[in-house]
Write a protein that binds this ligand. Structure first.
Ligand code: ZN
Length: 412
C-alpha cells in the first residue's frame, strides 16, 4: 500500500514536469522565429552591402570608362564580375575593353567562357561567338576566327559576322571565299557589292596571269566584267592578258576604252601602252596620243611617264618644250622638276660646266620636295601613298583613291 502511494506521487511529479515542458514549447517556438528573423535580416543586410558594393564598382567603372581611363575601368568591372559571375552583359563589356586595349588573350578567355556557358540565351551565345571571332581575327588566328564567325548563322550578329568574314578573306587574300561572302552579305543587306566582287575577280586574274594560267585569268576577267560592265581595272587586265598572249594590237584596242572613257587612269597602263605600240612599230603614234591626254590632265603620274618617253625617243629639247607647254596651264612642282631635269641634260650635252652644278643643286632640292609631296590620297581615311592603290592600305576600302596624284599644296 505504501509502495502504491509512492508510485502515485511519482506519477504526479512526472505529470507536473511534462506540463512544464508543454508550457515551454511556445517560448521555444518564439525564440526560433526570432532567430530566423534575425538571420534573414542579417542576410538582407549582407545582400545590401554586396549590392551597394557592386553598384559602386559598376558606377566607378562606367565613370572611368567615360573619362577614358580604361585600365582602372577594367579593374573596377572585374571586381563586379567576381561578385556576380552570371552577368553576361558585363562580361561582354569586359571582353570588348580587353580587345580594345590590345589584350586579345584576355578578351578571348572572357568570350570563350561565355560561349561555353550552357545557361545563357542562344542570342548571347551567338554574340559570344561573334566577339570571339573578332578576337581571333585581331590575334591573327584566322582559321579559328573563321570557325567562330561561321557559328553565327542567324540573329542580329549574323550580318556583322558575315562582314567580319568578308574582311578576313580579304586579309587572307582568299578571293574566292571573299566573292561568296560579298554576295551573301549583299543579299542580307540588300546592298550592291558588285564593285568589290569585280575587284576580287581582278585579284584572281592577276594571280593567274602571274602563274601563267591564262585561261583562268580570262575566266576571272570575264566574271569581273559581268559583275561590273566596263570595270576599269578589269579592262586594264584584259589588255594585259592580250599582251601575255603576245597580241599587242588587241591590247591597244582594249585599252582604247580606257583612253576614251577613263583617261585619268591612263598612267596605270602608259608604259605598257608604249611597249605595245613599239612592238607594232607605231611608237610615235602611241606617244602623241599620250601627249594629248597629258596636256588635258596637266600633271600627275602621266607627266612622269610621258616625259620619260619623250626624253628617250626625242631627246631633252623636245622634252623641255613639252614641259613648258604643260606649265603654261598647269604649273606644278613635278613639272618644274622635269624642266630642270631636261635643262640639266641639255647643259651636260653642251658641256656647260658652270650651269651643270647650278642646275644640279636646284634639281636635287626640287626632287626632294616632289618626292615628299606627290601622293595619292584616300578619300575615305586620308591615307597618302606614293603609288596608286585600288584598295586603300589604310582603311581597306576599294576605289577610294582618286587617280589624280596631288602635291598637297593645291597646285596639282
Ligand atoms: Zn583609306
Amino acid at each position: 500500500m505504501r509502495h502504491l502511494c509512492y508510485s502515485l506521487e511519482s506519477e504526479g511529479v512526472k505529470l507536473q514536469i511534462q506540463t512544464y515542458w508543454l508550457a515551454l514549447i511556445p517560448i521555444l517556438f518564439g525564440l526560433g522565429w526570432l532567430a530566423a528573423r534575425w538571420e534573414m535580416r542579417l542576410q538582407d543586410f549582407e545582400d545590401d552591402v554586396e549590392q551597394t558594393k557592386k553598384e559602386r564598382s559598376t558606377f566607378r567603372g562606367i565613370n572611368l570608362l567615360l573619362s577614358e581611363q580604361h585600365d582602372k575601368a577594367i579593374d573596377a568591372l572585374v571586381e563586379v564580375a567576381k561578385l556576380d559571375p552570371e552577368t553576361t552583359e558585363l562580361h561582354f563589356a569586359l571582353g570588348s575593353l580587353f580587345r580594345r586595349r590590345g589584350e586579345t588573350e584576355r578578351a578571348i578567355r572572357v568570350h570563350q567562357h561565355l560561349s561555353n556557358r550552357q545557361d545563357i540565351l542562344p542570342r548571347d551565345r551567338a554574340h559570344a561567338a561573334y566577339e570571339l571571332g573578332r578576337d581571333f581575327l585581331r590575334a591573327g588566328m584566322l582559321d579559328r576566327a573563321e570557325a567562330s564567325l561561321n557559328l553565327v548563322i542567324e540573329g542580329r550578329y549574323h550580318l556583322p559576322a558575315k562582314a567580319a568574314l568578308l574582311e578576313m578573306y580579304q586579309i587572307e587574300k582568299d578571293w574566292r571565299k571573299a566573292i561568296i561572302a560579298a554576295n551573301e552579305l549583299g543579299t542580307l543587306e540588300k546592298k550592291d557589292y558588285q564593285d568589290q566582287v569585280a575587284h576580287f575577280y581582278c585579284e584572281i586574274a592577276i594571280e593567274s596571269i602571274r602563274s601563267k594560267n591564262l585561261s583562268a585569268a580570262k575566266e576571272a576577267i570575264d566574271q569581273a566584267l559581268y559583275a561590273v560592265p566596263h570595270h576599269i581595272r578589269a579592262t586594264i587586265l584584259r589588255g594585259e592578258l592580250a599582251i601575255a598572249h603576245q597580241k599587242p594590237l588587241e591590247a591597244i584596242e582594249t585599252w582604247g576604252n580606257i583612253e576614251k572613257k577613263f583617261p585619268a587612269y591612263l598612267h596605270l597602263i602608259a608604259d605598257k601602252w608604249m611597249k605595245a605600240f613599239t612592238e607594232l612599230n607605231r611608237e610615235t603614234e602611241g606617244l602623241e596620243r599620250l601627249k594629248l591626254h597629258l596636256l588635258e590632265q596637266g600633271s600627275g603620274e602621266l607627266l612622269d611617264i610621258v616625259f620619260k618617253h619623250v626624253l628617250r625617243i626625242q631627246g631633252p629639247q623636245p622634252a623641255q618644250a613639252l614641259i613648258n607647254t604643260v606649265m603654261l596651264d598647269t604649273p606644278s612642282l613635278t613639272a618644274m622638276t622635269k624642266r630642270f631635269e631636261a635643262q640639266y641634260m641639255i647643259a651636260q650635252e653642251g658641256g656647260q660646266e658652270a650651269m651643270i652644278g647650278e642646275i644640279k643643286a636646284s634639281l636635287d632640292l626640287l626632287k626632294q620636295k616632289t618626292n615628299s609631296l606627290a601622293r595619292y590620297t584616300c578619300s575615305s581615311c586620308g591615307f597618302r601613298a606614293k603609288r596608286f592603290y585600288w584598295q586603300c592600305p589604310g582603311c581597306n576600302h576599294w576605289d577610294v583613291y582618286s587617280p589624280k596624284r596631288s602635291e598637297g599644296i593645291g597646285v596639282a
